[in-house]
Design a protein around this ligand. Structure first.
Ligand code: FAD
Ligand code: NAP
Length: 454
């Protein structure tokens, strides 16, 4: 009898794990359990709406989902509809691939004020995560401070200043487009506590900031080194040094940009550590301490300055949302190379924390498959697996969304898009389920490849 494997979460790490186990065992069954009716995790709700090509990676995940050994159980939340312990009773291996969805907070004076908006909430809102639909951020300000100089900070700054025309061929949510494009934002400050050598953004993403229609990238040349200092080189690999050099070259190019008629500015501000959010009930600015970098660490200089703004978006990383029954520490599941305990594994951001691009999650799937092989010998003692989960869900009247259902939701979203937008996402789970009821084929037999999924 083949192994039964439950993967919790359908983002990149979940699908790469499915790929690895399917390659290893021809006779296994893989059930992907996802709390939303929609698959793909941050590919749908994190990756920026104007990075449409990046989202195409989902096509390769779809192929896996259509494998006859795989079943998608959407709209089933582990910890709410079914527990980890119940899954472990039923499956030979349970792999947690639930990512990181909770904002890290700054932990400085004033960071609870109205107008401080965690980046996860903001990104989820403009990307249409149902739970963020009613965020209603107040963008009625001319200046925004984004704290952090990673790729998420760059995404947010770009989405805030792009024109409606630049966002037309994207799946930016309508509710977000309305608010963003009416806002009077003129200045977005991206502030790093360290300097350009230690910026986390990648060069392709940085260069995009030099090609915006109505926004100019502004960099103070005094903050850029003439060359990478010799004493700093030992800290980095050759690959990192090449990336740093490209970033410095790009930032130098930005210093030559003539804003011309462009009305908006994205300011890159380095060597500045936030120490206090200013204002009364609402944010009026951020106080920073100037820093210098010593042995890779930002060290305060005792000099302070303020940036006035009406909105602060800390883009400083994420924590995993704890799952009942799973040991957690420092925003991650406690694991050793991915193994939490024999029979229970972690992959992706819940395993490693919130770092790495989509492909970084792939080796985690191989590692998990290797650990499952070591712990089970590839032999199933004959647990109830899929049939056991179905019986449990039926008993609780939990109706899972199948992959065929998802394809109907996707078809409805594509069908109602107004060109050149590639899709118009549903904003709530209720709308998704209603579309499912209304979709052609509702109640009819699903396509053959996914027939088992209904
Ligand atoms: P996720 O993608 O977060 O997937 C986790 C899944 O688990 C979700 O579908 C979630 O709904 C589900 N889940 C959570 N809890 C439960 C539960 N209790 N029960 C059932 N299901 C659950 N990388 C790039 O290469 N290019 C980019 O352009 C890019 N843009 C990004 C933009 C943002 C804003 C962020 C935050 C990251 C971006 N990344 C990008 C990084 C990339 O998205 C991550 O490396 C990757 O998504 C992590 O995969 P994961 O599977 O661990 O988590
Ligand atoms: P990140 O790359 O780790 O960047 C976080 C930024 O926040 C860093 O500049 C960090 O500075 C700063 N920071 C952290 N804590 C801080 C604090 N307390 N005060 C001030 N600043 C603080 O994280 P991310 O931007 O969230 O991205 C997560 C991952 O997703 C990354 O691997 C990223 O590459 C990936 N991603 C990729 C893309 C893409 O490929 N297009 C898009 C989005 C995200 P220090 O460095 O000094 O700690």
């Amino acid at each position: 009898m083949g192994l039964s494997i439950a993967i919790v979460g359908s983002g990149p790490s979940g699908f790469y794990t499915a790929e690895s186990v399917l390659e290893k065992w021809a006779d296994c069954t893989v059930d992907v359990i996802e709390k939303l009716p929609t698959p793909y995790g941050l590919i749908r709700y994190g990756v920026a709406p104007d990075h449409w090509k990046t989202k195409a990676v989902a096509k390769s995940y779809e192929k896996l989902a259509l494998d006859p050994r795989v079943r998608f159980f959407g709209n089933v939340e582990v910890g709410r509809d079914v527990s980890v312990a119940e899954l472990r009773q039923r499956y030979d291996a349970v792999v947690l691939a639930t990512g990181c969805s909770t904002d890290k907070t700054l932990g400085i004076k004033g960071d609870g004020k109205k107008g401080v908006l965690g980046v996860a909430s903001f990104v989820n809102w403009y990307n249409g995560l149902p739970s963020a639909r009613d965020l209603d951020p107040d963008l009625d300000t001319e200046s925004v401070v984004v704290i952090g100089i990673g790729n998420v900070a760059v995404d947010v700054a770009r989405v805030l200043v792009k024109t409606p025309e630049e966002m037309a061929a994207t799946d930016l949510m309508e509710h977000a487009a309305r608010v963003i494009h009416r806002s009077p934002i003129k200045h977005v400050y991206m502030v790093g506590r360290r300097g350009p050598l230690h910026a986390q953004f990648t060069n392709v993403e940085l260069r995009e900031m030099g090609h915006l229609k109505d926004a100019a990238a502004i960099v103070d040349p005094a903050q850029l080194p003439a060359a990478i200092p010799e004493d700093a080189k030992a800290e980095f690999s050759d690959r990192q040094l090449r990336l740093i050099q490209r970033n410095i070259d790009t930032l130098k190019d930005f210093t030559k940009i003539e804003p011309g008629s462009r009305k908006k500015r994205v300011h890159f501000v380095f060597f500045s550590n936030p120490v206090e959010i200013l204002g009364g009930e609402c944010v009026s600015g951020v106080r920073f301490e100037k820093t210098r970098v010593e042995k890779g660490r930002a060290v305060g200089t005792g000099q302070f300055f303020d940036i006035a703004c009406g909105l602060v978006i800390p883009a400083i990383g994420y924590y995993s949302h704890p799952i009942p029954g799973v040991p957690f520490k420092d925003g991650k599941a406690i694991n050793s190379g991915g193994r939490i305990e024999p029979g229970l594994y972690a992959v992706g951001w819940i395993k490693r924390g919130p770092s790495g691009v989509i492909g970084t999650n792939k080796p985690d799937g191989d590692a998990a498959a290797g650990q499952v092989a070591a712990d089970t010998g590839g032999v199933s003692p004959g647990k109830s697996g899929r049939a056991g989960l179905e019986a449990l869900l039926a008993g609780r009247k939990v109706k899972a969304v199948s992959f065929a259902d998802w394809k109907r939701i996707e078809a409805a979203e594509t069908g109602r898009a107004v060109a050149p937008a590639p899709r118009r996402k549903f904003a709530t789970v209720a709308e998704m389920l209603a579309a499912l009821d209304a979709a052609p084929g509702a109640g009819a037999a699903p396509p053959k490849a996914v027939a088992q999924a209904d």
